[in-house]
Design a protein around this ligand. Structure first.
Ligand code: ADP
Ligand code: TYD
Length: 214
């Protein structure tokens, strides 16, 4: 059995470089002989992809803040039970591009639902179905904006929203806001090269310059 975290989530503002690090960590762990699956939120199941389309793109569907949060949770529960849990039970490592801390920041801190309500939803619905390690990928907002290309989704296009999201993740990384009880939250400085960030991520997951025994 592999030591160290086996369910890892990357968190942070849109464009900061999460997907890039998901790919880098996947390759690094595979080189160490681990079986790795990657998932993205919302998505990863047929329900999740349909929910993703509604949440991100179907702007003609009016969504109340609470309905929006519950759709993220519906997608997440489906993903956990049909993909993540079986993979963990089979001994694989699971790397997720976002998980519950995105809901805490986007819907709770930056959005309209409020911190307390979102926490109680997350605790009630997810319980312990959460990552062993959450890595916040952080960089100044102008760096993220520069990296963010293409059209903005429903969330990115709300006025002042990215600023509030950015501040929320910064405060989470500084431990001014806590995650849910039991969450392990670390952060990496992503204003540097992809390579330098990947080295820090690998040492968070595997220990400093650790040689993993298979
Ligand atoms: P996210 O998943 O957080 O939205 P991505 O990983 O898709 O971000 O990265 C957004 C863009 O920034 C991509 O074009 C990617 O190649 C680029 N990028 C990612 N990390 C870095 C970095 N450290 N330095 C420069 N460009 C980066
Ligand atoms: P995506 O394109 O996957 O993220 P990124 O731009 O980082 O590559 O889009 C996911 C969007 O959904 C993003 O704007 C964040 C938002 N989101 C929430 O509002 N709440 C959540 O719980 C999750 C998982 C995502």
């Amino acid at each position: 059995m592999t030591a160290g975290p086996r369910f890892i989530a990357f968190e942070g503002v849109d464009g900061v470089g999460k997907s890039t690090q998901v790919a880098r960590l996947t390759e690094a762990l595979q080189r160490r002989g681990r079986t790795v699956i990657t998932v993205r939120e919302p998505g990863g199941t047929s329900l999740g992809e349909a929910v993703r389309e509604i949440l991100l793109n179907a702007r003609e569907i009016e969504l109340r803040a609470e309905s929006e949060a519950l759709l993220f949770l519906a997608s997440r529960v489906q993903l956990f039970e049909t993909v993540i849990r079986p993979a963990l039970e089979a001994g694989s490592t699971v790397i997720s591009d976002r998980f519950h801390l995105s809901t805490l920041i986007y819907q709770g801190i930056a959005g309209q639902l409020g911190d307390a309500h979102v926490r109680s939803l997350l605790r009630g619905v997810l319980g312990e179905r959460r990552p062993d390690l959450n890595i916040i990928v952080r960089a100044p907002l102008d760096v993220c904006r520069e990296r963010l290309s293409g059209s903005l989704d429903r969330f990115e296009s709300r006025d002042g929203f990215l600023e509030r999201v950015h501040e929320g993740f910064e405060r989470l990384a500084a431990r001014e806001i806590l995650g849910l009880p039991g969450d392990r939250i670390e952060s990496v400085d992503a204003s540097r090269s992809i390579e330098a960030i990947a080295v820090d991520v690998e040492s968070l997951v595997c220990g400093p310059a650790a040689e993993e025994k298979s």
